[in-house]
Design a protein around this ligand. Structure first.
Ligand code: PLP
Length: 365
């Protein structure tokens, strides 16, 4: 299958989407916690990780998710992974057969079609409107097994899925007997009001697999994420993760458990929520001031990017090339099938990595 990959191959710089500000991360604390667990006195943590990961970390994550995301789970349902790609890969291998189909949102994060295609799955694009993925009005091919959704903050259009659409989506997934992968990657960063509860917490059917990552709340290179699987799948997922990936890095898992238990994780999120909120306001203000009506911005004040949609075609390649010459790398969405109203008209503008004093000149303020 072929799809139209977005992105720009850059992982750093002004407007690169979805990158957290690692300069603001408390590395001094992180280093201290790693040193605590990486020593001759703690050789138990120098071996392989079995059973889905270190139990202290799985407990810490379960506790955090219950309180902050209304996720209903026991630690045994949590499988530690090396991030979203590996989480999706495990789902593709365990929940579908080669030749089955996975529905992804169109447009979507490039990782989903890439990983599914690598596992031999067909990929179909589901329709996204102002309420998020509209599965009920999307074509569901006969051998579809999986649907992936980003309800907290659709990547890239920034739509937040309201409760009514969440319930409708679960109903539609039940009617088609699909597994639902809920990628909750941006949920920590909602700037006006409390986030909506997760799909997983609304699921009475045991069909939602919840995926989380520490790339945004900590830093991209930490490469730790997790799955929350329904309890009847936990043994199969933990066995598969152990056998396929032979994971390790238990000292990092122990450090992360302490980082959460000692309150550093919540404290860092609270600090960054304020920071990112100001950066997003600045970017929005600047875009509206300089471009006015010719650009429509995603409305939700959330996440680490703003989605900018122009009212007419822009000379895409020339804008991208011109910006590159200025050292600015503009992100573009990944489409699974063409959407004429969006293609050649939209950019994904990340603001996570740049501090206000650096962002101001780039925004011409
Ligand atoms: C929709 C979405 N999910 C997840 C991630 C995080 O992926 P990872 O855990 O591989 O860093 C991103 C990163 O930009 C993303 O855009």
């Amino acid at each position: 299958m072929s799809f139209l990959p977005g992105g720009m191959g850059h992982t750093t710089g002004a407007f690169v989407p979805g990158v957290a500000d690692s300069q603001a991360f408390p590395f001094h604390i992180w280093k201290r916690l790693i040193a605590r667990h990486l020593s001759k006195g703690n050789l138990a943590l120098s071996g392989y990780a079995n059973h889905g990961g270190l139990s202290q970390l799985r407990e810490a994550i379960a506790g955090y998710l219950k309180i902050s995301r209304s996720v209903n789970c026991e630690p045994a349902q949590i499988i530690i992974t090396s991030g979203t790609h590996q989480s999706v890969d495990l789902c593709a291998r365990l929940l579908a057969d080669v030749g089955d189909t996975a529905i992804v949102e169109n447009p979507c994060h490039w990782a989903f079609p890439t990983v599914f295609a690598a596992s031999g799955l067909e990929v179909a694009g589901g329709n996204v409107n102002d309420y998020g993925l509209d599965l009920e009005n999307s074509y569901v091919p006969p051998r579809t097994k999986i649907v992936v959704v980003t309800p907290s903050h659709h990547y890239p259009t920034g739509v937040v899925m309201p409760l009514s659409r969440r319930l409708e989506l679960l109903q539609s997934a039940r009617a088609h007997n699909l597994w639902v992968i809920e990628d909750d990657y941006d949920s920590e960063f909602r700037y006006d009001g409390a986030p909506l509860p997760s799909l997983q917490g609304l699921d009475n059917d045991g069909r939602v697999i919840y995926i989380g990552t520490f790339s945004k709340a900590m830093f991209a290179g930490v490469r730790m994420g997790f799955l929350v699987v329904p309890s009847h799948l936990s043994k199969a997922f933990s066995r598969a993760s152990t056998k396929l990936f032979r994971p390790g890095a238990l000292h990092l898992q122990a450090a992360l458990a302490d980082f959460i238990y000692e309150g550093h994780f919540s404290q860092h999120i609270r600090k960054m929520r304020g920071e990112y909120s100001s950066r997003q306001d600045l970017l929005r203000f600047s875009l509206e001031k300089s471009l006015g009506d010719i650009v429509r911005l995603s409305s939700a004040r959330a996440g680490l990017h703003v989605f900018a949609q122009f009212s007419a075609d822009v000379n895409y390649q020339s804008v991208i090339n011109e910006s590159k010459r200025e050292g600015i790398f503009l992100g573009t969405p990944c489409f699974v099938k063409n959407i004429p109203a969006l293609e050649n008209r939209c950019f994904v503008l990340g603001f996570g990595e740049y501090r206000l004093r650096k962002l101001r000149p780039v925004c011409n303020l």
